[in-house]
Structures are given as C-alpha cells and as structure tokens.
Design a protein around this ligand. Structure first.
Ligand SMILES: N[C@@H](CCC(=O)N[C@@H](CS)C(=O)NCC(=O)O)C(=O)O
Length: 206
C-alpha cells in the first residue's frame, strides 16, 4: 500500500486528493517540514513524498501525480492517452510546478528574496509575488473560459494540482479570486467534491 507524506495547507493536498479520487487503499502520514521523519524519505525535507509498499520513494508533486494517474488508468485521471493529450498534461503540470508554485515563494518566504531586512523591503517582495501570481492566474482563468476542468474532457490530476494553489490565492492575494471567475468556478466545483472534502477534513484534524 502506498504512503503519502503530507503537510497541512501544502501542495501535498494535490496527490492526497488524487489518491482519494483513485479510491485504492493508501496511508496518509502528516509530517512537519524538515523533520527527521520527512528527511528520511525526502532529502529536501519537503512534501509531497510518496512511498510505495516495496519502499520505492518518489518526490515532486508533478511526478507523483503523473505516476498515480498512469498507475491507475481505470480512474481516468491522466487527461487522455493521445500524444497531444499527454503533452497538454505535461504542459499544465509544468505550469503549476514552475510558474504558479514558484510565484508564491516570494509571498511565503520574502526573506529569501532580499538581503534587506526592513519591513518595507519585505512588503515590496510580497507585493512582487502578488503580481507574479496574478499573472499566472490570469493565464489560468483565460484557459478555463468555457471549460469545466483544465484538461479536455474530464477532471484529472491536473485539477487536483491546481486546488492547493487556488486556495493559497484565495487566502493570500489582496482581492482573493476577484477577477478570476473561471478559477473561482473551478475552486467551487472541486471544493464541493466529497472526496476533496474528506481530505480537507483529514488535514484539518489535530
Ligand atoms: N518542487 C517540489 C516543491 C515541494 C515543496 O517545496 N513543498 C513545500 C510545501 S508546498 C514544502 O515542503 N516546503 C517546505 C520546505 O521547503 O522546507 C514539488 O513540486 O514537489
């Protein structure tokens, strides 16, 4: 049985949701960033990390989601098998890893992005992060115009990938999701999903 190492409020919510959608047995282990337990399975001390029953370890959210989608084709979460459908799935996975997730770093950890320790400098970095996130959410919102899900046809692991980041934007952007009605609609669709609610409830447990 696979084990998912996750942290509350983190991007590990994406594979957590994907595992729940798949419906096969798995274990979810809550960890602290940089803890001994997490460092033992991921040298970066970061989540998500997936451990298979035979001890094989996989890190990186995009890789874990792709692995789970293809390990369980019966769940229909890969976004299609054609050459272009696979390329689209990789495209959007890279978008969330490299463009959206990375855009949040200056907001989460402004001190990493300036050697100036003043509050003014910290605030300037956070505001720059807001602009970066807004640019990416504009791209996502325009893509979602007229679509229910990010990839063609049906919900996929890429929707799961978007969910923690949409929640961060809702909480951290000065206007929340104002101005991104299609992203808001995707958020509401996913937030209303019983499997997503189950995972959020588990993550909220002490
Ligand atoms: N590139 C990695 C980034 C993983 C990552 O940074 N996860 C965050 C949570 S969203 C984390 O564990 N941060 C703690 C840390 O970096 O110390 C991935 O996509 O899986």
């Amino acid at each position: 049985m696979p084990t998912l190492y996750y942290a509350v409020g983190a991007c590990s919510l994406a594979p957590h949701v994907a595992l729940e959608w798949i419906g096969a047995p798995y274990e979810a282990v809550k960890v602290q960033y940089g803890s001994k337990e997490l460092l033992a399975v991921n040298p970066a001390g970061a989540v998500p990390t997936l451990r298979e029953g035979d001890g094989w370890l996989l890190t990186q959210a995009g890789a874990i989601l792709d692995y789970l989608a293809h390990k369980h084709p019966e769940a229909g979460l890969a976004g299609g098998d054609g050459l272009r459908a696979r390329a689209e799935a990789h495209r959007w996975s890279a978008f969330f890893t490299s463009d959206v997730h990375a855009a949040f770093w200056p907001i989460f950890m402004p001190s990493r992005y300036t050697s100036d320790t003043s509050e003014t400098a910290r605030q300037a970095v956070v505001e720059a992060g807001h602009k970066l996130v807004a640019k990416q959410f504009g791209i996502l919102d325009r893509h979602l115009d007229g679509r229910e899900y990010i990839l063609d046809g049906a919900r996929s692991v890429i929707d799961a990938y978007s969910f923690p980041m949409i929640r961060w934007a809702l909480k951290l952007l000065p206007g929340g999701l104002e101005g991104y009605p299609n992203v808001q609609a995707l958020h509401d669709r996913l937030a209303g999903d019983p499997a997503v609610q189950k995972v959020l409830a588990r993550e909220a447990e002490g």
